[in-house]
Write a protein that binds this ligand. Structure first.
Ligand code: MG
Ligand code: MG
Length: 265
């Protein structure tokens, strides 16, 4: 069941998303070769709690151990922060959620470290682009399948794999609500997009096969062929005549030292 949001609800979600965007920025400052990924998690948790938020992911389903999902190279999503030290040439996806005043916000960004190869950088650029192609289809009157079609038809041109097992989702008082928002689909299919919907669009795109495997920890998802994967996520709110992106990557892009992205938007 979709929980439609009022203007007041959306205002609170925007406040939650501001804390989230600034949390990402604090983490971004620390992303460099030699940093342990668990240090990034500590930075995020402290910042969220200092701003009267609650890390949405911590103890999710009674078992996720951290405030961030940190997914390096062939890890698609849901990686645990650990003693692993980032190194040149890595790509690292940081996914974070904040609960503030009763409402969650959720966004993700994949960072290349300096020294990353061009093929991987291309994957990141194109996955980022696919997120915005998906967002462009997220408007009242369209169908959820229009979003997935836009993402899938773009990235598959490059031979990339679209992960099937994990999808975008409604967000509100719960971190994961209806509708599901797959990154694949058919034009004109799926639930109708209606004013008051708030959902996350989050392409998870693999350089090689779309197939993934889950590790024994019950969380970590890796590509089956161990090629890298990229993940970018925004939340949108649907209004009758417009769509608003509620989350922001602006602060983290200001903070991150490696200016890898050609900022055309
Ligand atoms: Mg999400
Ligand atoms: Mg997320």
């Amino acid at each position: 069941m979709v929980h439609y949001k009022t203007a007041e609800d959306i205002q609170i979600i925007k406040e939650s998303a501001q804390i989230l965007g600034k949390t990402h920025a604090e983490v971004a400052k620390a992303i460099k070769p030699g940093v342990k990924t668990k240090k990034l998690d500590e930075i995020a948790e402290e910042f969220i709690r200092d701003h009267k938020g609650i890390p949405s992911f911590k103890n999710y389903n009674g078992s996720f151990p951290a405030s961030l999902c940190i997914s390096v190279n062939d890890v698609v999503v849901h990686g645990f922060p650990s003693n692993y030290e980032l190194k040149e040439g890595d790509v690292v996806s940081i996914d974070c959620g904040v609960k503030y005043n009763g409402f969650h916000s959720d966004s993700a960004y994949t960072y290349p470290l300096e020294g990353v190869n061009q093929e991987t950088l291309d994957l990141l650029h194109r996955t980022y682009e696919s997120l915005y192609l998906g967002i462009a289809q997220a408007k009242a009157g369209n169908r959820i399948g229009d979003i997935g079609f836009a993402v899938q038809s773009f990235v598959e041109k490059f031979g990339y794999g679209v992960v099937r097992e994990l999808v975008g989702h409604g967000v509100g008082k719960d971190l994961h609500e209806d509708p599901e928002v797959p990154n694949y689909g058919k034009r004109g299919k799926g639930p109708k997009i209606m004013p008051g919907m708030v959902f996350a669009i989050e392409p998870m795109i693999n350089m090689g096969t779309k197939k993934v495997v889950q590790e024994k920890d019950g969380w970590t998802i890796r590509t089956q062929d161990h090629k890298p994967s990229a993940h970018f996520e925004h939340m949108v709110a649907i209004f009758k005549d417009r769509t608003e992106i509620l989350t922001t990557h602006e602060y983290l892009e200001e903070s991150y030292s490696y200016k890898w992205r050609n900022k055309s938007r």
